[in-house]
Write a new protein. Sequence first.
Length: 157
Amino acid sequence: MELFRWGNVQKSPSTSTFDPRRDNSTLPSARMPMRAEDLQPPDPALPKGPPEVEQDIVPQLLIDHYVSMIDPSRAQTVDSEIARHCAFALPAVALTLGRANWPLVKDTYDALASDMQWKVRRTLASSIHELGIILGDEAAGQDLIPIFNGFFKVSFS
């Protein structure tokens, strides 16, 4: 399996590729004015204050929404399986953000690892080896091994 690299993209007239490094102000969505009725009050489940780590890989609002998926009120109002979906996507989010931005999702990982639903914990346990590769030895030893030991203890209880 080959990782995506910007140099490997073949440009063709039928292919549409969003490039975050390009000025996208010419896109139709960028030219549409904001209306007062489009604005909604902020979601109370979203994190308050500035992010822990400055990054420009993914829009911060998207990360905030992802992190807020573990809020228990979301399971009651949005989807009872939302925490499992969040756990399933966590390795991809970590890969996209890179190991330098692990602190942005570490608390989410810790919360999912102690979730009451066994399906959420099983989903995390199934991908812990991939997350270890993504994060590297130091972060894996510091952040993942205690979680692994916790999963190991629960499985033999």
